[in-house]
Design a protein around this ligand. Structure first.
Ligand SMILES: *Cc1c(COP(=O)(O)O)cnc(C)c1O
Length: 405
């Protein structure tokens, strides 16, 4: 074996933290240490024959950055190593990934079953956009396997879910739902943003396609939007490949470079954010004025057994309910000095959201009630600050919420 083969063999055995620093790296002739940004739209050919061979697929190489780009390719390969996926396509945003993963395989007359607790824009795609093209959708309580079963029709082609869900951190049993999908000739897409690739591997649990908003933990520092779709090579070849090339949702090389740098510190960040989130959840559970804490890593989570079975750890997010409804939630947010008010998540900076008046304001009151989004519910995305500072800030704000009553 030559050195390249030996190194390749070793690479396959590397653990995730190592893969995230080295996986997928492809150096140019300059031998640069850090991945290069190939900020180019196109590529040149040495001859007319070379151009012909490239287009015919007889010769490996890049053609146009809407199809593929060396920096984007490195990001896709590194994500494949993390997820245990055969192939991937990086997209301009998480929503581009979600929309492409559904639209590329659904045809008029097909049917989608989706867990109803979805990120707002995901819900719009399945509930409003796809029906315009003749693809119907049934939303179910994602926790209830019997509900998934009842919703299946002969033309059901796609199952779609998030787990943990936004914002109430409910779980869906990925292995059971994947089995049900396969029994009915459908494919399961999992939006794995809230779990992060570190704590949950949907493909290993039986899902067919995984999608991420790389905007969240993968960048992790609040800079670029991005997304990625991961699946078997055959599924990508048969479904996503042409859709992706001809509709152009791809990620820019610059953003792919930012995401590659984000991946280098992903395991460190997510481990630290999860440890802090678990400590904050425990602290909140003992606070007067907090009526409920929702955290998949706690024993009092309604699906604690499922959390242990399919997740490696809780999450970097904590949801909790303040006694006193909207007034208490607003008093809490306004009293925070360190945690910032924002609808984003997965950032190095801790961020707090009041879902009922922001991310989920477009849902009817009944739909919100169905999802457990009360007026006192607050969602906290835990960042990289010292956990003691976060707890002090949160403790003071809970006291302010109590005083507002
Ligand atoms: C943020 C998010 C998305 C959308 O990602 P963008 O990068 O903002 O387009 C989709 N699903 C979940 C669960 C998210 O948190």
């Amino acid at each position: 074996m030559n050195r390249a083969e030996i190194v390749k063999g070793a690479q396959q055995r590397w653990r995730p933290a190592t893969q995230m620093v080295h996986g997928g790296t492809r150096r140019s002739g300059f031998g640069e240490t850090s991945e290069a940004i190939f900020l180019t739209q196109g590529f040149v050919y040495d001859s007319a024959e070379a151009a012909e061979a490239r287009f015919k697929g007889d010769e490996e190489g890049f053609i146009y950055s809407r199809y593929a780009n060396p920096t984007v390719d490195m990001f896709e390969k590194r994500m494949c190593l993390l997820e245990g996926a055969e192939d991937a396509r990086a997209t301009a945003s998480g929503m581009a990934a979600v929309a492409a993963s559904i639209a590329c395989q659904a045809r008029a007359g097909d049917h989608i079953v989706a867990g109803r607790a979805l990120f707002g824009s995901c819900r719009w795609v399945v509930e409003t956009l796809m029906p315009r093209y003749g693809v119907e959708c049934t939303l179910v309580d994602g926790r209830d396997i019997a509900a998934w079963k009842r919703a299946v029709r002969p033309k059901t082609k796609v199952f779609f879910l998030e787990s943990p869900t936004n914002p109430t951190l409910e779980l869906c049993d990925i292995a059971a739902i994947a089995e049900l999908a396969h029994d009915n000739g459908a494919r399961l897409i999992v939006d794995n943003v809230f779990a992060t690739p570190l704590w949950q591997q949907p493909l290993r649990l039986g899902a067919d396609i995984v999608v991420y908003s790389a905007t969240k933990h993968i960048d992790g520092q609040g800079r670029c939007l991005g997304g990625v779709v991961l699946a078997e090579k055959q599924w990508i070849d048969d479904n996503l490949h042409d859709y992706f090339r001809h509709t152009g949702p791809g990620m820019s090389p610059f953003n792919a470079w930012v995401m590659l740098k984000g991946l280098e510190s992903l395991t460190l960040r997510v481990e630290r954010q999860t440890t802090s989130a678990a400590a904050i959840a425990d602290h909140l559970a003992g606070c007067r004025g907090v009526s409920r804490v929702l955290y998949p890593g706690r024993d009092d989570h309604p699906q604690a057994d499922l959390a242990r079975a399919q997740m490696g750890a809780g999450s970097t997010l904590v949801a909790f309910e303040l006694a006193g409804g909207k007034a208490a939630a607003f008093a809490f947010e306004n009293a925070l000095q360190l945690v910032r008010i924002s609808n984003n998540l997965g950032d190095a900076k801790s961020l707090v959201t009041h879902p009922a008046t922001t991310t989920h304001k477009n849902l009817s009151a009944e739909a919100r009630a169905e999802l457990g989004i009360s007026d006192g519910l607050v969602r906290l995305s835990v960042g990289l600050e010292a956990v003691e500072d976060l707890i002090e800030d949160i403790e003071r704000a809970v006291a302010a919420a109590r005083a507002s009553q």
